[in-house]
Design a protein around this ligand. Sequence first.
Ligand code: 5GP
Length: 197
Amino acid sequence: MKVLQEKITKHGQVISGRILKVDSFLNHQIDPELMHQIGLEFAQLFSSDEITKIITIESSGIAPAVMAGLHLHVPVVFARKRKSLTLNDDLLSSTVFSFTKNETNEISISKKYIKENDRVLIIDDFLANGEAASALAEMVEKANAKVMGIGIVIEKSFQKGANKLKDQGYRVESLARISSLADDKVTFTSEKMEELI
Ligand code: 5GP
């Protein structure tokens, strides 16, 4: 997605050759127009999959997921990282090791919001080692619903997540694919492919 690549190139900051900081439009301040375009792109990619529900994980997955939900006309559920007094229903839970925070979180979704026969699209902001997406997929499957695909805003293709999820049979659609953050420079997968042609 060209507009997303341009935004990353202009505003992204690389930290220690592995982490991309995009706080100015995705992870802290949010660019609503860009999120709207991202949501539309996901909706188009999964338009023929009869999606009935989108799930994501708090907090940075929520903006792109809601915009995709708006265009697909389906509800969006976000997995919570902390138990709260109001989250007292029967829960589906899974654990996620956070690559950026170096900690393990238990994430939960109320069983009320994923039903058997739901056709679920999983959305997240980043894909690195695939921990978050795998945990979400596990919860969908525990509910006997079907994972129709995984939509990612920024895939770091040099980490193992995308291949791991594809090997497990999931369809992964990433709007920007980064092949390297080496030397604190962002290289997109398509750029590299073009160089090879
Ligand atoms: P994974 O679970 O695939 O290992 O990592 C994805 C999760 O970690 C995302 O939900 C995202 O919050 C966070 N993450 C992983 N890599 C990055 C990164 O380079 N930048 C930012 N901002 N978040 C990341």
